[in-house]
Design a protein around this ligand. Structure first.
Ligand code: F6R
Length: 607
C-alpha cells in the first residue's frame, strides 16, 4: 500500500530517491519522506501531502547529502497522514531508520512492551515499533538485531533499514509485501516495484518471504533468518521504460486508455496460432477440465467486474455454473469449494491482500487455482497453481483501464480454449470468434479516434450530483465498471443497476434531470432495455446511451454513443472504452487529480 525505494552507491542518493518515489507515488500519496546517511548522521526529511511538497523541500533531492538512503511514499493505515507519521521512522537515539510497507498486527503489544522498558515513541504508526525494536536488540551487529526484531513481528511487511552504525549497508526484508532488489554497477537498489529503478537497471532479485538482503555498493547478499546464504537467480525485466513515463500525455490514465489496443494485441497475439487459441500457460488437460463442476472467480474492484463479465461468458460458452465473488467476502462465508471447483483469481497487481488470502482459502479447500495477473513474479502469480499473464505493461494510474481490458482478453481466450476442450463450441463459431478477437485492437482504435463526442457529452454531465448506470446481462457488468470508474476519479455519486431491477426500489431516486447512462448493446435484450429507458425518461431522467451501430434508432431514445457491432462475447471490450473516456473527461473538467484520486492507492496490500 506504500512505496519503498533505497539506494547505495557512489552518487548522491537524493535525486534518485525522489525520482523513484515519483514512480511509486501511485502506491500511496498522503505523505512522503527520505532518510540519508550524510557521513555523520541519519538525516530525515518528510512531509505531509503529495510528493511535490517533499520535492520542493529538498529541491528534487539535490539539497540532500549522502550516498546511502531510503525513501517512502505513504498510504496511511495506523496514524493519520502527517509529517510525524510519515516514513522513514528513526529509533529513539536516531541511529537506525526504517521504511515499511504493510501492517504490523501485534504493534500495540510490542509498543506496550517497549514503553514499559522506557522507550519513547514519537508517532502513531505501527511501523515505529520496528525501528525501536532494532535499537532495543542492537548489540553491535545490525543483522542480528534485525533478525531478532523479525522474530517478534506479526503481520505483513517490506522493510528497508539503514543505520548510522553501518553506513555502508542497507538491509531489506519482506513478508507478504512486495520488494525487489536492483543490481547495478557499483550501486544497488531496493524498491516496491521495478518502475522505480528501471532508469538504473533491469537486473533484479525478487525477494521471497523471510529472505533478508544485505546491500552494499558492490554486492548484494541474500540470507535466511538463520544467516545462511541463499543463492538466487537474477531476473531481467523487459518492461519498456517509457511505459512508466507520461510520454506527453497529461495523465497516465489517458495514456493507458490510448494504449489499450497495443496491450490487448500483446496479450492475445502470442496465444493465437494458425487460427487456434493456444494457452501454453496452463497445463490442465481436457480430462481434468471435465471433472470440474463449477468455476469460482475471485477478485476485487474492477477485476471483480471482469469476473462478472466472465460469469456471463463462461456459463454461455462452457455450460458450467460460475460464481463470481468479491474476494473480501469470499473468505469469511465458509464457501462450498473443493477439488471439483476450478478457481480463477484476477488481479492486476498480484498483491491485493483480499484476493491473495481468498486464493489461499480456495487452495486450502482443494481447489485448483488459475490466476490472471499483470505483474510478473507477484505473490498471486507465484502462489497460484498456474498463471496467465496479461501483458498490459506497467499500469500507473490508480484507476485501471488497460489492465481491465487485458483481463477481459484473457477471459475470451480461456472461454475459447476451454470451450474447444470441452466441445461446447462448434467449429464455425470458434473460427468466427477467433477471427473477431484478432480484430479487436483495431475496433478499439476506431472508437478511440472518435472520442470527441464523448468529451462533448462529458461537458454536459460534469456538474451532476448523481449519475446512474443501467444495463442488462453483460451490459449490467459494464454498468458496474462505468459507475466505479466515474465515482473513483470524479467523486460524483454514482450507482449501477441491472435495468430490470430499478423498479424494485431505485427508480424512486429518479427525478427531473437525473442523468442515466443506459448500456444497450446486448442484441437479445434491446427491447427490454428500451422499455427500462422509457421508464426512467417518464420520471424525468436525462438519458445517454451506449449502443451498437446496427441500432441507429437509439438516437431517438437518448444521446447515443455508437460502438461497432461485434459478437456478444467481445462487446465488453468495446463498451468499456466510452465509459472510461467519459469518466476521464468528467474528472478532467472538474479539475480532479485523475491519476491519484483522494483516499485511494493502486495496490491494496491491506485487508
Ligand atoms: C479501480 C481499480 C480497483 C482494482 C482493485 C483490484 O479502477 O483499479 O478497483 O481493480 O483494487 O486490484 P488488483 O487488480 O491489483 O487486484
Amino acid at each position: 500500500m506504500c512505496g519503498i525505494v533505497g539506494y547505495i552507491g557512489y552518487e548522491q542518493a537524493g535525486p534518485f530517491l525522489l525520482d523513484g518515489l515519483e514512480k511509486l507515488e501511485y502506491r500511496g500519496y498522503d505523505s512522503a519522506g527520505v532518510c540519508l546517511n550524510d557521513g555523520k548522521e541519519l538525516v530525515v526529511k518528510k512531509a505531509k501531502g503529495k510528493l511535490k511538497v517533499l520535492k520542493e523541500l529538498t529541491d528534487n533531492g539535490r539539497k540532500l547529502d549522502g550516498t546511502v538512503g531510503i525513501g517512502h511514499t505513504r498510504w496511511a493505515t495506523h496514524g493519520e497522514p502527517s509529517d510525524v507519521n510519515a516514513h522513514p521512522h528513526l529509533s529513539e537515539s536516531g541511529r537506525f531508520a526504517v521504511v515499511h510497507n504493510g501492517i504490523i498486527e501485534n504493534y500495540q503489544q510490542l509498543k506496550d512492551y517497549l514503553t514499559s522498558k522506557g522507550v519513547v515513541f514519537r508517532s502513531m504508526t505501527d511501523t515505529e515499533v520496528i525501528v525501536q525494536l532494532i535499537e532495543y536488540y542492537y548489540k553491535g551487529n545490525l543483522i542480528d538485531a534485525v533478525i531478532k526484531m523479525l522474530e517478534k513481528l506479526e503481520g505483513s511487511y517490506a522493510l528497508g533499514v539503514i543505520s548510522r552504525e553501518n553506513p555502508d549497508e542497507i538491509i531489506a526484508v519482506r513478508k507478504e509485501s512486495p520488494l525487489i532488489i536492483g543490481l547495478g554497477e557499483n550501486e544497488n537498489f531496493i524498491a516496491s516495484d521495478v518502475t522505480a529503478i528501471l532508469s538504473k537497471t533491469r537486473k533484479i532479485y525478487r525477494l521471497e518471504n523471510n529472505e533478508i538482503a544485505v546491500l552494499n555498493r558492490e554486492n548484494v547478499k541474500i540470507i535466511n533468518t538463520d544467516k545462511e546464504e541463499i543463492r538466487k537467480d537474477t531476473e531481467t525485466v523487459n518492461w519498456d521504460i517509457n511505459a512508466a513515463e507520461k510520454g506527453g500525455y497529461e495523465h497516465f490514465m489517458f495514456k493507458e486508455i490510448m494504449e489499450q489496443p497495443k496491450a490487448i494485441r500483446d496479450t492475445i497475439s502470442p496465444r493465437i496460432k494458425n487460427g487456434r487459441v493456444v494457452l501454453d500457460d496452463i497445463s490442465l488437460t481436457a480430462e481434468q477440465l471435465k471433472r470440474f463442476t463449477k468455476i469460482n472467480i475471485i477478485a476485487c474492484g474492477s477485476a471483480y467486474h471482469v469476473g462478472v463479465v466472465a460469469k456471463y461468458i463462461f456459463e454461455k460458452m462452457l455450460r458450467i455454473p460460475v460464481e463470481t465473488d468479491l474476494a473480501s467476502e469470499f473468505r469469511y462465508r465458509d464457501p462450498i469449494i473443493n477439488d471439483k471447483v476450478l478457481t480463477i483469481v484476477i488481479s492486476q497487481s498480484g498483491e491485493t491482500a483480499d484476493t491473495k488470502e481468498a486464493m489461499k482459502e480456495a487452495q486450502r479447500r482443494g481447489s485448483h487455482v488459475i490466476s490472471v495477473v499483470n505483474v510478473v513474479g507477484s505473490a498471486i502469480a507465484v502462489e497460484s497453481d498456474e498463471v496467465i499473464y496479461t501483458w498490459a505493461g506497467p499500469e500507473i494510474s490508480v484507476a485501471t483501464t488497460k489492465a481491465y481490458s487485458t483481463q477481459l482478453a484473457v477471459i475470451y481466450l480461456m472461454a475459447l480454449y476451454f470451450g474447444d476442450m470441452l466441445g461446447t463450441i462448434v467449429a464455425d463459431e470458434y473460427k468466427a470468434l477467433v477471427g473477431e478477437l484478432e480484430q479487436l485492437p483495431e475496433r478499439i482504435e476506431n472508437i478511440l479516434q472518435h472520442k470527441e463526442k464523448i468529451q462533448y457529452l462529458a461537458s454536459k454531465y460534469f456538474n451532476s450530483r448523481d449519475i446512474f448506470f443501467i444495463g442488462r446481462n453483460i451490459d449490467y457488468a459494464l454498468s458496474l465498471e462505468g459507475s466505479l470508474k466515474l465515482k473513483e476519479i470524479s467523486y460524483i455519486h454514482s450507482e449501477a443497476y441491472a435495468a430490470g431491477e430499478l423498479k424494485h426500489g431505485t427508480i424512486s431516486l429518479i427525478e427531473s434531470g437525473t442523468p442515466v447512462i443506459a448500456i444497450a448493446t446486448h442484441e437479445e435484450l434491446i427491447g427490454k432495455i428500451v422499455s427500462n429507458i422509457e421508464e426512467v425518461k417518464t420520471r424525468g431522467a436525462q438519458v445517454m446511451c451506449i449502443a451498437c451501430d446496427n441500432h441507429p434508432e437509439m438516437e431517438n431514445i437518448g444521446q447515443t454513443i455508437y460502438i461497432p457491432k461485434v459478437c456478444d462475447m467481445l462487446l465488453p471490450s468495446l463498451t468499456v472504452i466510452p465509459l472510461q473516456l467519459f469518466a476521464y473527461y468528467v474528472a478532467s473538467l472538474k479539475g480532479c487529480d485523475i491519476d491519484k484520486p483522494r483516499n485511494l492507492a493502486k495496490s491494496v496490500t491491506v485487508e
